[in-house]
Design a protein around this ligand. Structure first.
Ligand SMILES: *Cc1c(COP(=O)(O)O)cnc(C)c1O
Length: 375
């Protein structure tokens, strides 16, 4: 059997490059708590993201701390078409998620937000799904009118820009995940980007037990610090990120040659993305299968690829409101677009480390499935 092609594979620097960075950690004997690697990584990210940056042990804890820092209460309008983290972070903080439906580009439907606002609503938590940008202007306008905070779960959207401007410029706080499976990783890690100085102290203290200084603990905090080894990995991976995104782009283009003209298979609208001045990061390769046209279901394709040792992922399926831990409380039929897309979505393997042969294998497997259905 041929080797397994996973849905993704982490970005990693040359081993020697990482060792060079580790040598600095041995010299400093500083392993965690805002060491020199942390500070260097933070400054590099601030230059790239164009705003203030704090780093965390992972994206989820970062999101948790963003919610605590903004002191959200009551209800938060969010999307069910996301990873578990987004909703769990709200619920763990005693907040009620209010699910808003999504648009065909997978982001929250800004035209449906206002109908969900009540006197209990304190914020909007939206997700830049697959690196596709939410309608940030409209969301900002709604938030201003109703005095709501805005957090973006930008876990998928590292390095995405619009008209030369980082997407981290929008909202009160944006969270990026640096988990191994994301476009850019620090093994595990999370970033909060913000512009209002008034949040700085809390964003820093909450990740270190709420400790202000050795004799003063000012808030009920967590341990969510990024260590020096993670920061070192981030520094090294940042050096190869541009090349990695270019490789991902070429993989997407190869996939499109196989599937773009196939009826019943929908891809992201890459022309539209370009037309809108978006510098995209090619974080995922989502496709939607419309069985009534293709003659096969998303699950058929998933299983078929598996027989070829190609591991795709139903990402996001099930949608959050259908999780065992939530389905008694929410009716996923109230977000029909999210539900329909969740039933049709498949993300295909994409990683900067994929070889040409890997990509060809994926494309010919797709071709075989399409050919069978047409025959
Ligand atoms: C990965 C991810 C997270 C969580 O980030 P971690 O770094 O894995 O904790 C949150 N939201 C979304 C949409 C994600 O994809």
């Amino acid at each position: 059997m041929e080797k397994i092609i996973n849905v993704t594979s982490p970005l990693m620097p040359e081993f020697e490059r990482y060792v060079e960075e580790l040598k600095k950690i041995w010299d400093s004997r500083w392993l965690t708590n805002n060491g020199p690697e942390y500070v260097e990584f933070q400054h590099k990210l601030e230059a790239l993201l164009g705003n203030k940056v704090e780093l965390y042990v992972n994206g989820h804890m970062a999101l948790d701390i963003a919610i605590k820092t903004l002191k959200l209460k009551g209800e938060v309008i969010t999307t069910p078409y996301t990873f578990a983290s987004t909703t769990h972070a709200l619920v763990m903080n005693g907040l009620t998620p209010v699910f808003c439906d999504i648009k065909d580009d997978y982001t929250i439907d800004e035209d449906k937000i206002e109908a969900l606002i009540t006197d209990k609503t304190s914020a909007i938590l939206a997700v830049h799904v697959y690196g596709c940008i939410c309608n940030v202007e409209k969301i900002e306008e709604i938030a201003r009118r109703h005095n709501l905070k805005v957090i973006y779960d930008a876990a998928h959207a590292f390095a995405v820009k619009r008209n030369g401007k980082s997407i981290a410029e929008y909202g009160d706080i944006s969270m990026f995940s640096l988990h191994a499976t994301k476009v850019f990783n620090s093994i595990e890690g999370g970033i909060l980007v913000y512009h209002d100085e008034k949040y700085s102290t809390e964003l820093r203290n909450l990740r270190n037990f709420g400790i202000e200084n050795v004799e003063s603990v000012t808030s009920v905090g967590l341990n969510a610090k990024m260590n020096e080894f993670a920061a070192a990995m981030g520094i090294c991976n940042l050096e190869i990120l541009e090349e990695a995104i270019a490789t991902r782009k070429s993989i997407v283009e190869r996939y499109l040659k196989t599937i773009q003209s196939v009826k019943g298979i929908k891809t992201l609208d890459y022309e539209e993305i370009e037309k809108n001045g978006i510098e995209y990061n090619y974080a995922y390769m989502p496709i939607e299968i419309d069985e009534s046209i293709t003659g096969f279901t998303r699950d058929d394709l998933y299983e078929f690829l598996k027989t070829k040792n190609i591991i795709s992922r139903k990402y996001f399926y099930p949608i959050v409101s259908d999780y065992e831990c939530y389905r008694d409380k929410f009716d996923s039929n109230r977000t029909p677009n999210a539900k329909r897309i969740g039933d049709r979505i498949l993300t295909l393997p994409i990683a900067a480390s994929m070889t040409k042969e890997d990509v060809e294998r994926c494309c010919s497997a797709l071709q075989e499935m399409i050919g069978r259905a047409e025959a």
